[in-house]
Design a binder for this molecule. Structure first.
Ligand SMILES: *Cc1c(COP(=O)(O)O)cnc(C)c1O
Length: 379
């Protein structure tokens, strides 16, 4: 059996161990410490725009605390892009709030601004209340149409919590994803563009928001010699060990983005010769994707094969691929949630496939993928 080619596996840079060792040597093993501060500063510098970053235990935790910060409570409605990973929507349910799902538009596969406005108006009519927050996602690294989404959000005065878990290093009109919303979530899970083994961060616009996030993520301890609490707290802070991995990863982030974008260019070239297969690409020069994952859609009527047939053929060659995210409004757990839009996300799920996209793909890996793809479409 040939070695497995993964969809997206961790890719260490070399200096991670150095920062982790420093944590051991200085006994800064417990939460907080110089690596946490250093990692946050690295992220703030990278994102620019004077943002304030709070390093947390996961991207999911960042979304959860983002919603807490925005004042979402039980019974509220929160609008979420339907085409996404479940972690975008689960934190809404953690708070006893209700998700309202919105379809994608075809250019970016992200939240459709037209369906978003329809959802806001319709929910206000149905419940007498506006939704409390809007969660757009930069799926597979592709920036959402933030100008239009922010215009709708502003018109109805609803805060935006960006899910930038897949979009670190992507830009829209020259501005970094993760700096558009009132807040934004980042993820450093093992499959993301950089990893801390597991981790996340909440990008805040003000120091007060960051302080509040750190407070909530460290059990909400009031300022007193004993343990005193006037808020519900969480244990969501990133540890100093994990942050050491993050500092090492920040040194190679630019390389990782370049490698993922090179993978995308490779797929564009490979599929040029195959009619009926479209590689997911930036619609205009306003969009700059980190191409976290390279994705294709298949028009079965033209290319003669389904997405599932291609997936299974590549699996035979020990090449891992995965269908695009199954929309949240199609998930059993969210089947009763309101949904607005058409069938864009549903069709993407039917016809789309994520291809091996790791920054550690070798030339031999790409050659194997090219041979397998060409052989499949020749049949
Ligand atoms: C990975 C991911 C998350 C969750 O991040 P974790 O760090 O794994 O908790 C949230 N949203 C999206 C879109 C993701 O891809």
């Amino acid at each position: 059996m040939k070695a497995k080619i993964w969809l997206s596996s961790p890719h260490l840079g070399g200096n991670e161990q150095k920062y982790v060792n420093e944590a051991f040597e200085s006994n800064w093993v417990a939460p907080l410490g110089p690596n946490v501060n250093g990692f946050e500063e690295d992220l703030e510098k990278f994102l620019g725009e004077e943002v304030q970053v709070a390093a947390l235990s996961a991207g999911t935790a960042a979304l959860h605390l983002g919603l807490v910060n925005l004042g979402v409570v039980a019974g509220d409605e929160v609008i979420c892009q339907t085409m996404t990973f479940s972690a975008s929507a689960n934190p809404i349910a953690y708070l006893g709030a209700k998700p309202v799902f919105v379809d994608s538009e075809a250019d970016t596969w992200n939240m459709c601004p037209v369906a978003l406005e329809e959802a806001i108006k319709s929910r206000a009519m149905a419940t007498g209340q506006k939704p409390k927050a809007i969660i757009p996602v930069h799926l597979y690294g592709m920036p959402a149409k933030m100008d239009e989404i922010l215009a709708v959000a502003k018109k109805y005065e609803i805060p935006v919590l960006e899910d930038a878990a897949e979009g670190l290093g992507s830009t829209y009109k020259g501005k970094m994803c993760g700096t558009f919303g009132t807040m934004a979530a980042l993820s450093f899970n093992g499959n993301k563009i950089i990893t801390t083994s597991g981790g996340g961060a909440l990008v805040c616009q003000t120091k007060d928001q960051k302080d509040q996030t750190v407070f909530l993520s460290t059990q909400a301890r009031d300022n007193a010699p004993h343990y005193q609490h006037s808020h519900i707290g969480y244990n969501y802070r990133m540890s100093n060990i994990v942050a050491g991995i993050g500092r090492g990863q920040m040194e190679v982030l630019a390389d990782r983005i370049a490698s993922r974008r090179a993978n995308h260019a490779f797929y564009v070239e490979l599929f040029k010769e195959i009619a009926g297969v479209t590689v997911f690409t930036e619609p205009t020069s306003d969009f700059y994707s980190n191409h976290w994952l390279s994705c294709i859609t298949l028009d079965e009527a033209v290319c003669g094969h389904s997405r599932e047939q291609l997936r299974l053929a590549l699996l035979e060659e020990n090449i891992e691929t995965r269908p695009l995210w199954k929309p949240m409004h199609m998930q059993p757990i969210f089947q009763d949630a309101p949904y607005y839009g058409g069938r864009v996300a549903e069709k993407l799920f039917e016809t789309g496939l994520c291809l091996p996209s790791g920054s550690n793909l070798s030339d031999e890996d790409r050659e194997r993928i090219a041979i397998a793809v060409r052989a499949f479409f020749k049949k």
